[in-house]
Design a protein around this ligand. Sequence first.
Ligand code: SF4
Length: 63
Amino acid sequence: MKVNVDPDACMGCGVCETIVPEVFLIGDEGYAVTLLVPAPEQYRDLIQQAVDECPEEAISAEE
Ligand code: SF4
């Protein structure tokens, strides 16, 4: 699946990285970046959890 983080919306809180560190990393610029493009299906549920729990609604995921 395609996962995207809006760098203008992300505040670098690290919630997504905590939920699924295989997919998200807080980069040197201070916002989350995606490590696996596209993200493997095995992480679907955790990615959805990250989408739901991101306080800035900065993560989007689509098939
Ligand atoms: S949870 Fe949202 S705001 Fe927090 S680091 Fe991840 S993308 Fe950024």
